[in-house]
Design a protein around this ligand. Sequence first.
Ligand SMILES: Nc1ncnc2c1ncn2[C@@H]1O[C@H](COP(=O)(O)OP(=O)(O)OP(=O)(O)O)[C@@H](O)[C@H]1O
Ligand SMILES: [Mg+2]
Length: 331
Amino acid sequence: MPPPAHPGGGAAIEVQDLRRTYRTSTGTFRRHRVDIEAVRGLSLCVPPGQLFGLLGPNGAGKTTTIRVLCTLLLPTSGTVRVLGHDVVREPKAVRRQIGYVFGGDRGLYDRLNAVDNLRYFADLYAIEPRLQRRRIEEVMELVGLRGRERERVEGFSRGMRQRLHLARGLLHDPPVLFFDEPTIGVDPVGAREVRQVVSELARAGKTILLTTHYMFEADSICQRVAVISKGKIVAEGTPQELKSAVAARTVVEVEAYGVPEQTLGRIRELAGVESLAVEVREQSQLLTIQAQEGAQLTARLLQLLEGVRVERVANREPTLEDAYVSLVTSG
Ligand SMILES: Nc1ncnc2c1ncn2[C@@H]1O[C@H](COP(=O)(O)OP(=O)(O)OP(=O)(O)O)[C@@H](O)[C@H]1O
Ligand SMILES: [Mg+2]
């Protein structure tokens, strides 16, 4: 079934040159104003029915963008429309059409059971009492919580809670959904369940904008992905396209102990090296080196690492994670 047309036609979510600056103050004695440019000219377009992922490191501006889209925050400048409605001029029309769930959401009533929690929100959303019961059954089914309706939420796992939050966001059957890090803090099994629900919602025709830190999450469920860094989109495409940007590379992983800063600098300067990421583990360091295809690195690396205890050196295929790392660490 084709998604319904809407004023403006075309995209379900449209962001044009969005900027958002936070004004805060700093300093203990002499307070002075500082402007934090959280989003600096971001544009994106999500067609109806697409599951779109916004990826980016901490502080990139993901939550700020989502909050503007949900009418919870005014843009500093730019145009933002949901199903053709402008978030500044027609916030009520936007709110009727959207549902949102933020990761680590609270606001469930532990002492109430799942249905009573949803009934409370259904009242809040002004869903007619005679329709509530059926709608609550439907959303419980959708998020896979049928059979657990009468249990108190205090006994729910993080994954179940998060699915109940998804149910809450779906009560008024909005065509557009915003999920800000929906799997944060949820264990791997629970996270998989949440991803399944999100994928099913997309299959049912919802337009979904989701943010995440996890590359594999975007890779596994999103049809299209934008990588955001310092308030701007630095790459956009299908997960496959983003991966192909690094496909012609060699990735070498080196696990070693106490690599001096100077040596890291030399590795970065080796001919053919595109990027070096260092992950500090409990004892060791994991160096991930992206290099041009065919760069014969291993021998030169080992030469530079002489005197350092090297646990292992391995070549592997580039992943979406590598694409992401090289995008957010360059420039
Ligand atoms: N209420 C606020 N007041 C001042 N600065 C803020 C506020 N909210 C966010 N910021 C700043 O704006 C920038 C973008 O923050 P935002 O929360 O949008 O990033 P994010 O991509 O969601 O990050 P994370 O992955 O950590 O959730 C950061 O530098 C952040 O410190
Ligand atoms: Mg955030």
